[in-house]
Design a protein around this ligand. Structure first.
Ligand code: 6GU
Length: 239
């Protein structure tokens, strides 16, 4: 079955965008996933097709009206079991675990905001999940939606060849990746770590694991703590 992405946006021309190329683009052409858009403007009100209004309580910026967002959700005509996701810096951080959940389901409906945001009531009434892709501010949800879709599509059955998917991803088990090297063995006076030329596969695997752990500890103390805690739990369970 085709995994179905539906994007509610004021900028439908932004989709599939870069996901029409490369791995995701080939998968799109092969029918492994579909990418449809619903133009929020088509559901705007009055002669100017207004989609937003000033915030109650005052303050800067504009807020997308709940009736407009809901009309777009309904017009998209997506099955009830498809999660509706609103991309916002207020959302829960997107993780590989969430990506896996979306990829394993029938698809996603992504609501992209511009302006200050979307009226809270439509998010509550329609059970919308709020997701952020990181602690920085984007000008709109569209580029975040592209990130989320890229992460999902590469996990769909048949999208990655055995070559890519055969590579164990240390990130999905909670560590950052070890460093990679290719030819030439000496470049600008910098040698490739000798162990990698040894042909000793067990020693290489151990070295890579050590590098992954060291990099994670240095760069991502949050991931490292979670990794250590999980190791402890697993040991306790095994005993
Ligand atoms: Cl999901 N949307 C927007 N507009 N900005 C963001 C974001 C999402 N995640 C981080 N910054």
């Amino acid at each position: 079955m085709t995994w179905r992405a539906t994007v509610l946006t004021l900028f439908p021309e932004m989709f599939p965008g870069p996901l029409g190329l490369s791995l995701a683009g080939r998968a799109l052409e092969a029918g492994l996933w579909s990418c449809r858009t619903e133009d929020l403007r088509q559901h705007g009100l009055g002669r100017h097709r207004a989609v937003d209004d000033t915030p109650f309580g005052g303050g800067a910026g504009m807020v997308i009206r709940p009736d407009v967002a809901d009309a777009a959700i309904k017009a998209a005509d997506v099955p009830a079991d498809v999660p509706v996701v609103y991309l916002t810096p207020r959302g829960r951080p997107l993780t590989q675990q969430t990506v896996r959940r979306y990829a394993q389901g029938p698809g996603v409906m992504l609501l992209c905001g511009r302006f200050e945001g979307v009226d809270e009531r439509v998010l509550q009434a329609r059970g919308v999940e709020e997701v952020s892709i990181g602690d920085y501010v984007l000008s709109g949800g569209e580029t975040a939606a592209l990130v989320l879709l890229d992460a999902c599509v590469r996990l769909l059955p048949g999208v990655m060849g055995s070559e890519e998917s055969g590579v164990e991803e240390s990130f999905s088990e909670g560590l950052l990746e070890y460093p990679h090297y290719t030819r030439p063995a000496m470049w600008e006076g910098r040698a490739v770590p000798e162990i990698l030329l040894s042909g000793n596969h067990a020693a290489i695997a151990a070295w890579r694991r050590g590098q992954a752990e060291e990099t994670t500890r240095e760069r991502r103390p949050d991931l490292w703590s979670a990794w250590l805690a999980r190791k402890e739990t697993n040991r306790a369970v095994a005993v």
